[in-house]
Design a protein around this ligand. Structure first.
Ligand code: BGC
Length: 414
């Protein structure tokens, strides 16, 4: 373990003395390609370069990361894994079980990660007791974003119940405004669905259904109600929603074409990158109901040959959890730092709401992992749920049929 830290130091000092050897290198696979996301990942690129690193970018466009994960699989199967990969939740442990992840415990121990990361976040970064990923942030999923002028001119307050949401949406429809900006991609359908499920079912229900996969909960009347609300929401999206990227949906809220978007707070990164001000141009509020759905982005290092690449992995891991990076990156990304010791003074009111609600939910036992963003379940189970959510949203399937299909789909995936 000490060896790789020593190697990093040795490489750094050789570079400092200007000898012609390669410095830290990293090929980094990620899916941060929207305006706000690209600005955020640029923070890491420039810190890496400032520390003598050479970054080879491997962006794979596609919100939610499905395309990136397909690209990753192809690379690993061909025996040519990237150096560092945006990877999160149980997928980290799934890859670890394949024996392809590098152990970054030496960096984690030297940097004291255990002292600055909440235990729940640290748990996701560990594989059988060793550190196998470095956390970047905490994104919240259960948010509603709104165009402030549109709400004001239609005399609408930010909804605090789903009934209020529906009433506001009906009023907006009558005024010729698209109530809900949405992109018809499976992961976006799942994002809306889990926010509705948390709101209508509550935290205990959510945990039973989407963490424990409890069959009675999956088949319950509450689940029928959740699909009913999804059907109602389907009526509030425009007819061009199919296949639309999430950031284009955010742009519809920005330009007043639509009033609301239900999306994780990377949407805030988009508003900020476009120079919009929270509380003034756009509003944020948690979706109706109790609880907090978290989504922690992280990077895992894959087994690669070469001291330059290994030094790149150590340097990247160190920078990612560094205090400065956690501040600057998250100011751009819309999320909040994973470290507990980063001051939030420069963060906006939405980030403050997120941090406050996260702490309160943690104490109340309602801090829950997002299933739609790969934090709660393994890929096969999460996929089994999302397939049904999408099939229902894009057809006239009844809620009762959707619930039956959900239970069968999950049962078959186990
Ligand atoms: C990731 C975010 C990303 C979003 C849209 C989420 O799964 O956690 O970092 O911005 O997908 O691509």
């Amino acid at each position: 373990m000490k060896k790789s830290v020593f190697a990093t130091a040795a490489v750094a000092s050789i570079v400092a003395s200007n000898m012609a050897v390669a410095g830290p290198e990293a090929e980094v696979l990620h899916w941060w390609t929207s305006g706000g996301e690209a600005k955020s990942v640029a923070v890491l690129q420039s810190e890496f370069a400032d520390n003598g690193g050479t970054w080879t970018d491997m962006p794979v466009a596609g919100g939610g990361g499905d395309a990136a994960m397909t690209a990753l699989r192809a690379r690993v199967l061909s025996g040519n894994a990237p150096t560092a990969v945006q990877l999160k939740g149980p997928a980290i442990q799934e890859w670890y079980e394949e024996g392809v992840l590098a152990d970054i415990s030496s960096v984690a121990e030297a940097e004291g990660w255990a002292d600055v990361l909440p235990a729940s976040i640290a748990g996701h970064m560990k594989c059988e007791g060793t550190w196998c990923a470095a956390p970047v942030n905490v994104h919240r999923i259960d948010w509603i974003w709104a165009n402030a002028d549109v709400l004001k001119s239609n005399d609408i307050a930010m909804p605090t119940t789903w009934a209020e949401f529906n009433a506001a949406a009906d009023k907006l429809m009558a005024a010729g405004i698209i109530p809900l900006a949405h992109g018809g991609q499976a992961w976006q359908d799942a994002t809306v669905f889990e926010a509705v499920a948390l709101g209508i079912g509550g935290p205990e229900f959510f945990k039973k259904a989407f963490v424990e996969l409890d069959m009675d909960t999956l088949k319950s009347d509450t689940m029928v109600e959740i699909f009913d609300q999804m059907r109602t929401l389907r009526g509030y999206v425009d007819s061009n929603f199919a296949g639309r990227d999430w950031n284009l949906a955010t742009a519809m809220v920005m330009n007043g074409e639509a009033a609301f978007q239900i999306m994780g707070d990377w949407a805030k990164g988009e508003f900020i990158a476009a120079g919009k001000v929270p509380g003034q141009d756009f509003l944020c509020a948690s979706t109706p109901g109790e609880g907090y759905l978290y989504n922690v982005d992280s990077f895992a290092m894959f087994n690669v040959d070469g001291d330059d690449k290994k030094a790149g992995q150590d340097l990247l891991a160190k920078l990612i959890v560094g205090q400065n990076f956690q501040k600057v990156f998250n100011l751009n990304k819309g999320s909040i730092p994973a470290r507990v010791d980063v001051a939030l003074d420069e963060f906006d009111s939405c980030a403050h709401t997120s941090a406050k609600d996260m702490n309160a939910s943690n104490e109340a036992g309602s801090l829950l992992p997002s299933y739609a963003h790969g934090m709660a379940l393994r890929g096969a189970q999460a996929g089994a749920i999302t397939d049904v959510v999408t099939a229902h949203f894009n057809s006239d399937m009844s809620s009762a049929d959707a619930v039956e299909m959900l239970a069968n789909s999950v049962a078959n995936s186990l």
